[in-house]
Design a protein. Structure first.
Length: 352
């Protein structure tokens, strides 16, 4: 049935959290009880189920096994779908934490990959901020001493945020999402998290949540790298207003704005993840048409080469994630659209 490929709308998976709120239900239209503290909506995940068309009820994992490269393109279909996207509502601050890189995850956790991630700020309360890195260079000895004596917060770097900001968090970056922030997260498909400090909160069982001080110490980057919001790259191509946010080798994240019916996006053979924002968005292929509700997500099989976007409002915006992107092809098209080579190179340089 490979010939019956079409955009696959996914049912999200909600995750309760002590730091969550009601925005996932009230603002983003996710199923669930608004009276319950919900922290995350997993939008694209290997175990999420398709809700439209003849493949309804199947998980992405099942479709990987069934469709193979027709779904995943050049990405190994035997491996977990390579990206996990989330909408996060942080009513309270998340714990201070860090994620391991691929090598540590394989060696210590016996998992295939670690976790590099990025954030796109959707909304924030006045004065909201992130914890992102250190105020100065530090060492493992100082880190462990300050965790033990409760003074770690003295050297945590705090960064104010605005809607539309994007932040890149390679593995090893100390971080925490602050209270009053809603964001869209894209990450490697891993939930490996080493919690360092949890603001002295108790979990649902009335006990402090587990900390992972030693493993975090193994993987932390102790340099004051001063990460802040990335410098975005905006240009127009094929009727789309494209703003590149993150262009790591693992994933490319962009915001697209559609103002007219003749707007197109090349997939480069990748299974794109597309999340509509505040308006309906219709996506057409040669053989199918799908309408996304606001804040609904779909995946396009990699064998589908080009997508047509039809706006449901003025303007209509979406967040698009390209797993393991073809950055050479992207550069070629960006330069053809008028982007200067130096500007494109400077944008990519932010991601190593």
């Amino acid at each position: 049935m490979i010939d019956r490929l079409y955009p696959l709308v996914l049912a999200p998976t909600e995750k309760a959290a002590i730091w969550g709120g009601d925005a996932l239900v009230r603002r983003y239209g996710k199923p669930g009880d608004a009276a319950q503290a919900l922290g995350e909506s997993w939008e694209c995940w290997d175990e999420n189920r398709v809700v439209n068309g003849p493949r309804a009820g199947a998980t992405l994992a099942e479709l990987r096994a069934d469709l193979g490269s027709a779904l995943t393109g050049p990405i190994d279909p035997a491996r977990t779908f390579p990206v996990l996207t989330k909408i996060i509502d942080a009513r309270q601050a998340l714990s201070v934490q860090v994620h391991p890189d691929d090598a540590y995850a394989r060696r210590v956790e016996h998992q295939r990959n670690g976790k590099t991630e990025c954030w796109y700020i959707l909304a924030r309360e006045p004065g909201a901020e992130l914890v992102l890195g250190w105020t100065r260079d530090t060492t493992r000895d100082e880190y462990e001493r300050r965790v033990a004596d409760g003074t770690l917060a003295e050297i945590l770097r705090r960064v104010p945020v605005e809607p539309g900001d994007a932040f890149y968090l390679p593995a090893g970056t100390l971080h925490a999402i602050g209270a009053g922030i809603q964001l869209f997260e894209t990450q490697q498909a891993s939930d490996l998290t080493y919690r360092i400090f949890d603001w002295n909160r108790l979990g649902a069982d009335g006990k402090p949540r587990e900390l992972h001080v030693r493993k975090a110490g193994d993987v932390l980057d102790y340099r004051a790298t001063n990460p802040g919001a990335v410098r975005r790259l905006a240009y127009s191509e094929d009727g789309l207003e494209r703003t590149l946010l993150i262009a790591d080798a693992r994933f490319l994240v962009e915001r697209v704005i559609v103002r007219r019916a003749e707007a197109y996006l090349q997939t480069d053979g990748r299974p794109l993840t597309i999340t509509a924002m505040d308006a309906h968005l219709r996506i057409d292929t040669e053989t199918a048409s799908v309408v996304l509700e606001p804040w609904q997500t779909l995946v396009t099989p990699g064998r589908i080469g080009r997508l047509a976007f039809i706006p449901g409002g003025e303007p209509t915006a979406a967040l698009v994630v390209h797993p393991q992107p073809d950055r050479f092809a992207l550069r070629k098209r960006a330069l053809a659209a008028g982007v200067e080579a130096a500007a494109f190179g400077a944008f990519l340089a932010q991601f190593g």
